[in-house]
Design a protein around this ligand. Structure first.
Ligand SMILES: Cc1cc2nc3c(=O)[nH]c(=O)nc-3n(C[C@H](O)[C@H](O)[C@H](O)COP(=O)(O)OP(=O)(O)OC[C@H]3O[C@@H](n4cnc5c(N)ncnc54)[C@H](O)[C@@H]3O)c2cc1C
Length: 459
């Protein structure tokens, strides 16, 4: 049996362990913190189990749902009761327009109907299809620049910033079209109109869809890590931080734990499944080019402030996003008890997201002041000024990698540098997308890479 050690017990590492066991490896996951799951985590709020990290998984890519099913959670899946959301724009709550590609409108009529743009903003958007066609998109570009030039600044501030920002906690002017909207970038390789390209992408997605776009699990998506680990297919050690990975004549030695009590773990193959900055530190001697590339990836920090209220009335829908120019610390709110079919015994559960790349002032506040700030904003956003029954603050320092212009090429260089070391591969949120299905996909690719490279070495 060949020993595979996976560094990092987030969803990427656990998926790699799962696929590694399937491929016939004897697998051990080394997780530095006391708990498995990374950004998939369940917390307790007024006696209810709630997700305090990722809370919904896209079903349009199969990898996440397939893994849920393999882990035995298919029967526990839940779909949102509603996916209609609001958009806070110009101090008012409007419906989030239907048919956008991460905020890039595919339907001018839907944006008009939602009333989120000014008359001038709408005119700029309406004019886009008749502008001289875009030249073929051969190089990467910033989403904000591309959309502003074609559709006007309001579309960027009021639609793209909140939607794209909701996924990456990033700024449209820095995020890469190729990395954050690969299907749109692919369409734009032929040039033409941005509205038509967004239309083609959203039409294809809608045709392929047979179920709700999102799924979760009763009791929290954060149950998935335990379900995977509980399968017994691989070993898990928590509280074991890997400090360095060294190459040996055959295989690897991983130095774990703090110096005088450090421990060496031996492996024939290693999958590194930790965030970019940490991966860079682990790989600096083994794969210096990969390490240098990974250390160049910026991250955004966030906090999730979860509340339980009794006897409050909410606007309809699953939640709301906040336009980029609203000057609020709160970027998005999920109306948890309204979005998911869960029993909350009459309590209203909701969670607010705070923080975006470069916006750290609110995150530097101590918990009580952060809660007070969000509570002050809940009034204009939702009309809530009641005393909460319970509050939970969860901080995600450096929680989301930023896919800057050129990210796809950067990751190709990382993969090439890792592939030069037989038996070594990497996966995680920095690779092919931050969403859970993309993380799972990157884990599959990492295991495939390790299998292929060991087969070559064995020849
Ligand atoms: C607030 C928030 C909300 C989100 N919401 C959603 C959502 O609704 N849907 C969605 O699809 N995605 C969502 N995401 C994104 C998604 O959750 C993450 O991209 C994904 O969970 C990352 O998984 P990962 O395994 O790559 O990394 P992580 O979850 O960061 O796991 C890495 C693990 O490695 C461990 N580790 C680090 N260094 C070492 C070391 N040296 N030795 C050993 N272990 C180490 C860490 O402790 C951690 O457990 C959200 C992200 C955040 C921050």
């Amino acid at each position: 049996m060949t020993r595979l050690v996976v560094v990092g017990g987030g969803i990427s590492g656990l998926a790699a362990a799962w696929f590694g066991a399937e491929a016939g490896f004897t697998v051990t996951v080394l997780e530095g913190s006391p708990e498995l799951g990374g950004k998939l985590r369940v917390g307790e709020l007024a006696g209810h189990r709630v997700d305090v990290g990722a809370e919904a998984m896209l079903t349009v890519r199969p990898e996440g749902v397939d893994l849920l099913t393999a882990a035995g959670l298919a029967g526990e899946r839940i779909a949102p009761t509603t996916i209609s959301a609001g958009l806070r724009v110009q101090g008012r709550l409007r419906p989030l327009p239907a048919r956008t590609m991460l905020g890039v409108p595919a339907s001018v009529a839907a944006v008009r109907e939602a009333g989120v743009l000014s008359a001038a903003g709408l005119t700029a958007l309406e004019a886009e299809p008749a502008l001289p066609p875009l030249p073929p998109l051969e190089d990467d570009a910033a989403v904000g620049t591309l959309v502003r030039e074609r559709m006007g600044a309001e579309v960027v501030e009021r639609l793209v910033e909140p939607l794209l920002g909701g996924v990456y906690a990033g700024r449209a002017d820095a995020l890469s079209v190729r990395a954050t909207m690969p299907a749109l970038a692919e369409r734009l390789r032929a040039g033409g109109s941005l509205t038509s390209a967004a239309q083609a992408v959203t039409d294809t997605g809608a045709r392929a869809r047979t179920e709700s776009v999102f799924t979760s699990v009763r009791g929290g998506l954060g149950r998935l890590p335990q379900a995977l680990a509980g399968s017994g297919r691989f070993a898990v050690r928590t509280g074991v931080t890997v400090r360095e990975i060294r190459r040996k004549p055959s295989g690897f030695a991983l130095e774990c734990g703090a110096v005088p009590a450090s421990e060496l773990v031996e492996a024939d193959a290693v999958v590194v499944a930790v965030p970019a900055g940490k991966a860079a530190r682990l790989l600096h001697a083994l794969a210096p080019i990969a390490a240098a590339e990974l250390s160049g990836v910026e991250t955004a920090s966030m906090a999730i402030v979860s509340f339980a209220f009794a006897g409050v009335a909410l606007p309809q829908g699953s939640g709301l996003l906040v336009a980029g120019d609203e000057r609020l610390a709160t970027k998005a709110i999920t109306l948890t008890s309204q979005k998911w079919p869960i029993e909350t015994h009459g309590l209203t559960l909701l969670r607010a997201s705070v923080g975006r790349v470069g916006e750290t002032a609110a995150l530097q506040l101590p918990d009580d002041e952060l809660v007070a700030l969000v509570r002050r904003e809940l009034h204009p956003l939702l009309g809530i000024d009641a005393e909460p029954r319970d509050v939970l603050v969860t901080r995600w320092g450096g929680g989301l990698p930023q896919y800057a212009v050129g990210h796809v090429e950067r990751i190709a260089r990382v993969r090439a540098a890792l592939a030069a070391v037989p038996g070594l591969a990497g996966c995680g949120a920095v690779f092919d997308g931050v969403g859970i299905p993309a993380c799972v996909g990157s884990a599959r690719a990492a295991v495939d890479q390790v299998v292929a490279s060991l087969a070559v070495r064995g020849q």
